[in-house]
Write a protein that binds this ligand. Sequence first.
Ligand code: HEC
Length: 154
Amino acid sequence: MLAKSDCVIRYWIGITTMTAGVMSLAILSGCQESVAVHEQLARGEAIYRQHCASCHGTNLEGQPNWRQRNADGRLPAPPHDATGHTWHHSDEQLFRITKLGIEAFVGGTYQSDMRGFGDVLTDADIRVVLAYIKSTWPDEIRRRHDARNESKKQ
Ligand code: HEC
């Protein structure tokens, strides 16, 4: 059995490692910041290709006739590019949709093929794949999306 002092030591090792991590990140930020952002977006793109592209399209174009419900009454996958309405939702809404799925997001008896990815993707994975999607939008759309985020915070 672990003595209490072992736990305290482990706790401090944990804190020290985290601090070292944060410090090296701080040193890396600055000249390396754009490299880190680039790597995050590349990871987001890889996650997108593996988990999202089969429905939302390799080029984020969505499924054909995505505004019309299928025979089963469900909506096809909309595009994630500027022609869709992904950017109409705040970051927090997009996070919840991706993590929980549309049915849980909308509630009631709503049925959708957009399942939640909380069981296969970590929160960090979800944020990074959404950051990748957002990175593909033209400046003007990104600016309008940022404005929506701000208005949701008030
Ligand atoms: C099995 C097909 C499928 C996969 C795979 C899939 N989606 Fe979806 N997604 C959909 C469908 C269908 C909708 C529209 C559902 C509705 O409105 O009823 C949707 C909607 C969304 C929306 C809401 C968009 C809007 O404009 O309202 C987001 C955000 C989203 N998906 C993100 C993702 C992400 C991120 C991934 C990968 C991690 C992913 N989806 C993978 C089918 C899928």
